[in-house]
Design a protein around this ligand. Structure first.
Ligand SMILES: Cc1ncc(COP(=O)(O)O)c(C=O)c1O
Ligand SMILES: N[C@@H](CCOP(=O)(O)O)C(=O)O
Length: 470
């Protein structure tokens, strides 16, 4: 399997190089040259299989010959053995045809663990095989950072620096990043919002001398391996509800468009997905784009679902590339317009192709709280604010009552206890392994939204840079 950049001007890479590269050198995002297919009989055979086995079948075609099958199997078994539920990503029924797929049974209580537990093992494996080190830089609105820190802490080959928006993540999210004592972990509170953090990460990747000096790698969903690992749970959920015989729809709380793009990939591979619902909070650039065809960034507003306080949605570029007939020149034009004027217009044919598969809906703060309260009262189930946006969006967009809708349950309610308590009257408790989180000492740096300041910080903490200088 070979990987091409959405902008068409970066080297074509195999899986391991795409894994280490993160962002393509032309500023684009890698995706496979073609979509592997899984036939209906194979999909039907997933029923009742352990999660790691489904993952093995779904992920293997993306790896080509580069990772030995026995190594992939060992990594998958180890990654998912650490989850607190035997089904790894279980389904919970809320009403006749509405389900939540709980993706938060990993160590940091958000869906990011599902991919990050595998990504950490894959990177470690490839770096060791090559005798290389890496400096990982990542941007987080709260969950990617803690999942990445958990997956990479203590690894010899890796230093990891995570930028989060100062004062804009929940206390639990911040402490999951700032209380980890491992010397290779560095949490940075950036004076800015998530989009600023993500722009700085991309700027470091686009500064090729810096990128090469430090051996930069990325763990955000700009990294193709993140998306691949997230494709798996679409298969397990759909099969549990009758696929391939019966189609299923998904409502996905969306920010950077990685999780829902994984659903699009599952569909391209042959999974019968009826609709993919883009669920947003008031930072609704994606819902607006679907309505109007204009992708137009506005200021980011802080909400009770802070992980989705995002306006520049990286992975939308992957969808645009595919929906645009995989024309890199067109993508370069759109992205140039975005960086020059903060907006671009999607042509009518591309917009129609996107609308044929996706719906969009947003939930404001009152709707998020009302959904949490109602679901608690009526179903006895406690939603976190992000998952509540998915439930609200599913309610606004449901089409065929015979098709079940799965809302991706992206975070545990205990990560956002204040918002959940305000809306439901119930304060969710952290699980035992995090029970003393609020008492642990914190360690973080505060940095200005300034590329030079951030690069200096990263260089000073990168053992790759010291190695290069020695
Ligand atoms: C809890 C939670 N829900 C939803 C999202 C949105 O996911 P994505 O960025 O893949 O669209 C995020 C952040 O990415 C998140 O942390
Ligand atoms: N919501 C995310 C934002 C980063 O998204 P990613 O999937 O691109 O890593 C977070 O919690 O950090």
């Amino acid at each position: 399997m070979r990987y091409i950049s959405t902008r068409g001007e970066a080297p074509v890479l195999g899986f391991s190089d795409a894994l280490l590269a993160g962002l393509a050198r032309d500023g684009g995002l890698y995706l496979p040259e073609s979509w592997p297919q899984i036939d209906a009989a194979t999909i039907a055979g997933f029923a009742g299989k352990p999660y790691w086995q489904v993952a093995e079948r779904v992920i293997a075609p993306f790896l080509g010959e580069e990772i030995a099958p026995k190594d992939l199997r060992a990594m998958l078994q180890e990654a998912y053995a650490a989850f607190a539920h035997p089904a790894v990503t279980p389904l919970v029924q809320l009403d006749d045809n509405l389900f939540v797929q709980e993706l938060f049974h990993g160590p940091t209580l958000a869906f990011k663990d599902v991919a990050m537990q595998l990504l950490g093992r894959l990177m470690d494996h490839v770096l060791k095989a090559r005798g290389r080190r890496a400096t990982i830089v990542g941007a987080t609105s709260g969950d990617t950072g803690s999942a990445a820190i958990e997956a990479f802490r203590g690894l010899d080959q890796v230093d990891i620096v995570i930028l989060y928006p100062h004062g804009r993540v929940s206390d639990v999210q911040r402490r999951q990043m700032t209380t980890v004592a491992a010397p290779n972990v560095h949490a940075v509170a950036l004076e800015g919002n998530f989009d600023d953090c993500q722009a700085l990460v991309k700027a470091m990747f686009n500064h090729h001398a810096f990128r090469d000096e430090l051996g930069l790698s990325g763990v955000n969903s700009i990294n193709w391996a993140r998306i691949v690992a997230q494709v798996v749970y679409y298969f397990t959920a759909a099969v549990a509800l009758g696929a391939p015989r019966r189609p299923v729809s998904f409502a996905v709380p969306t920010g950077n468009f990685g999780d829902i793009f994984a659903g699009y990939v599952a569909k391209r591979m042959g999974l019968p997905i009826e609709r993919l619902v883009i669920a947003t909070n008031v930072n609704d650039i994606l819902a607006r784009t679907l309505e109007t065809g204009a992708y137009e960034a506005r200021g980011v507003v802080a909400t009770s679902a802070p992980s989705m306080d995002i306006q520049v949605s990286s992975n939308f570029e992957r969808l645009l590339f595919d929906a645009h007939g995989r024309d890199p020149a067109a993508l370069r034009g759109l992205m140039a317009s975005l960086s020059q004027s903060g907006r671009f217009e999607i042509d009518a044919a591309t917009l129609a192709a996107i609308r044929a598969e996706f719906d969009g809906a947003r939930a404001d703060e009152a709707e998020i709280a009302a959904t949490i309260g109602r679901t608690w009262r009526e179903a006895g189930y406690l939603l976190d604010p992000h998952t509540a946006i998915g439930v609200a969006a599913a309610g606004k967009t449901a089409r065929d009552p015979a098709v079940p809708t799965v809302v991706l349950g992206t975070a545990h309610p205990a990560k956002f206890p204040d918002a959940v308590e305000r809306a439901s009257g119930v304060r969710p408790a952290l699980p035992a392994h995090l029970a003393d989180l609020l008492e642990r000492p914190e360690r973080f740096a505060v940095l200005a939204n300034d590329l030079k300041a951030v690069e200096d910080f990263v260089r000073a903490r990168s053992r790759s840079a010291r190695g290069a200088a020695a």
